[in-house]
Design a protein around this ligand. Sequence first.
Ligand code: GLN
Length: 250
Amino acid sequence: MNYKLTIGWLYPKLMSTYGDRGNVIVLQKRCEWRKIETEIKIIDTLSTNKDLSSCDLLMMGGAQDTQQEIVAKDLKKKKSTFKKMIEDGTPGLYICGGFQYLGRYYKTAQGNKLPQLEVLDMYTENPGRERLIGNIAIDAQNLFEKRTVLVGFENHGGRTIPGDNIKPLGRVLRGFGSNDISKEEGALYKNTIGTYLHGPILSKNPVLADYLIEKALELKYKTDITLEMLDDSLEEKARMAIAKRLQIAI
Ligand code: GLN
């Protein structure tokens, strides 16, 4: 069987801080190594809803508030397509500013309240005081059903407050996470993953890249997929080095 995935890269010019573009490269490369064909489709202000709905897997990075205001206006036009895709199980990785779009609103440091996609029962407010910056490690046990340490880098002013029915991606081991109180990080909804981890997250944590690829293939080809194993020894060494520096057990 020749598999093919169309990876929708959302607003690459506006939403791509701290190496987020690397996530698309990782997805593409890990597919290529397994002979899975990929097409990278840029979804931005010039794209139509049809362009968006032709994607099998989505990735949106983070940004500054100014860029988020521009994207929020454009997202309004794509909101119903977006919501339908997420409801139908289209896998996606939404980072920092990208994660904030999944909620009800994002109040910027300037106090502008930007309406968001309303996929998840949560909201984000940026009080304009100290930003939450630094290396972060989480246990993404909710996604992998066993202790799985993911490492990354966070830099956000926004504090995301989840509703009662939000399942976080994981528990914070080091760093801040969704806000500075709950010690929870990110969100999971169907095959949608929201997180504050830049890094890029997928190069540091290939297990997450494979999770997304697997889910995208399963949804598209309606069959169980077990991806061929790759040699991740270098990635693993890097992850161990970070864990050691943060003094956590992997
Ligand atoms: N501008 C948003 C905030 O400060 C998102 C930042 C980011 O994506 N790194 O919270």
